[in-house]
Design a protein around this ligand. Structure first.
Ligand code: HEC
Length: 174
């Protein structure tokens, strides 16, 4: 019963939601009002949940995924100069912890690509998302183990996962 009400809240025009829970609750208990709501299609189903995408796909990519992946990548690799090798890998427990957290953030973040309003209508998108998720989990686990080489390998796998999806979808988005 309560669940049904929450589903309908998604169909109430934005203004009504802004006015507050009391009004929404009364609209909910009004059966004539409820009957007047549009029937669910897959689009309105998406709106009926509590999911609220904040950014456009382009901004999610450039401001959220790029930022999050950079947080992993900048902790990897070595810079070779003529007389020295500078390691970018974490140097102590605290820095490995940060590398693990950056990877965990990226792993969880992949799920925002599966919001119904962001998913293209095909079956392969989710596979690209899953590869990015698995690569991020590999980075998280190798950071936890303080394993430089596998952490580095996972960073390459993350980049390949980004590029694989872009190869398929970037041209289409333009
Ligand atoms: C599941 C598919 C998918 C994955 C995985 C993905 N992207 Fe994207 N990315 C897109 C799409 C689609 C666009 C085009 C968005 C638009 O402009 O509407 C895009 C665009 C971008 C852009 C803007 C590029 C441009 O030239 O406009 C950047 C930067 C970007 N992605 C970074 C990343 C990074 C970093 C990763 C991996 C950590 C990643 N993306 C993973 C689908 C994906």
């Amino acid at each position: 019963m309560h669940h049904d009400c929450r589903r309908k809240v998604g169909f109430v025009p934005h203004m009504t939601i802004v006015l507050g829970a009391a009004l929404v609750a009364s609209a909910c208990s009004d059966s004539r009002n409820a009957a007047a709501q549009p029937t669910a299609s897959s689009d309105t189903d998406a709106l009926a949940t509590n999911l609220r995408p904040v950014l456009s796909m382009h901004d999610v990519m450039t401001h959220v995924f790029q930022y999050s992946a950079d947080n992993v990548w900048r902790r990897q690799g070595r810079i070779y100069t003529t007389d020295a090798v500078v390691s970018l890998f974490p140097k102590d427990e605290e820095e490995w912890e940060e590398a693990e957290e950056a990877s965990a953030t990226l792993a969880e973040l992949t799920n925002v690509l599966l919001l119904p309003t962001r998913m293209p209508d095909d079956k392969i998108w989710a596979g690209f998302v899953d590869e990015l998720r698995q690569a991020s989990i590999e980075a998280m686990q190798s950071a936890e183990a303080h394993a430089e080489e596998s952490f580095f390998h996972a960073g390459g796998r993350i980049q390949a996962a980004c590029e694989a999806c872009h190869d398929r979808y970037l041209a289409a988005a333009r």
